[in-house]
Design a protein around this ligand. Structure first.
Ligand code: CA2
Length: 139
């Protein structure tokens, strides 16, 4: 099973800034733990701060991978282009968020991506990603 974790803007700062919201672990550390735990999965990771690069990655894997776990960061709330890219591929996408966006500012309550994703997992810290992976593995 081939799965991609795809992170959007500023998530490269995880573990380095705003630990009260996003925790103290870097994503690279967390990803290594996931790879170790889910050895049966061909698991890859890509992060970009650029909307176009995220769309290119969605197109690149979206006809051959079994699933994408995507945290689009703030593009979640702004990007029709990423929503269109997800609509245009065959691979199912699960939207994830580290924080519970519904407890935060109202501009974070709307997602352009949710209507075109298989499901949404949010508010469980970094564990949101693992819950999404488990959903693909057990499907
Ligand atoms: O809760 C999430 O996972 C978010 O997708 C994170 C985004 C935010 O814009 C969304 O509304 C919710 C922000 C990611 C920024 O990550 C940082 C991590 C450490 C320090 C600063 C930013």
């Amino acid at each position: 099973m081939k799965l991609l974790i795809l992170n959007g803007p500023n998530l490269n700062l995880l573990g380095k800034r705003e630990p009260e919201i996003y925790g103290t672990q870097t994503f690279e550390q967390y990803f290594e733990n996931l790879k170790e735990k889910y050895k049966q999965v061909d698991l890859s990771y890509y992060q970009s701060n650029s909307e176009g690069a995220l769309i290119d990655k969605i197109h690149e894997v979206g006809f051959s991978y079994d699933g994408i776990v995507m945290n689009a960061g703030a593009y979640t709330h702004t990007s029709v282009a990423i929503a269109d890219a997800i609509s245009g591929i065959n691979t199912p996408v699960i939207e994830v968020h580290i924080s519970n966006v519904h407890k935060r500012e109202s501009f974070r309550h709307h997602s352009f991506l949710s209507p075109v994703c298989k499901g949404v997992i949010l508010g469980f810290g970094l564990q949101s990603y693992e819950l999404a992976l488990q959903s693909f593995i057990s499907a």
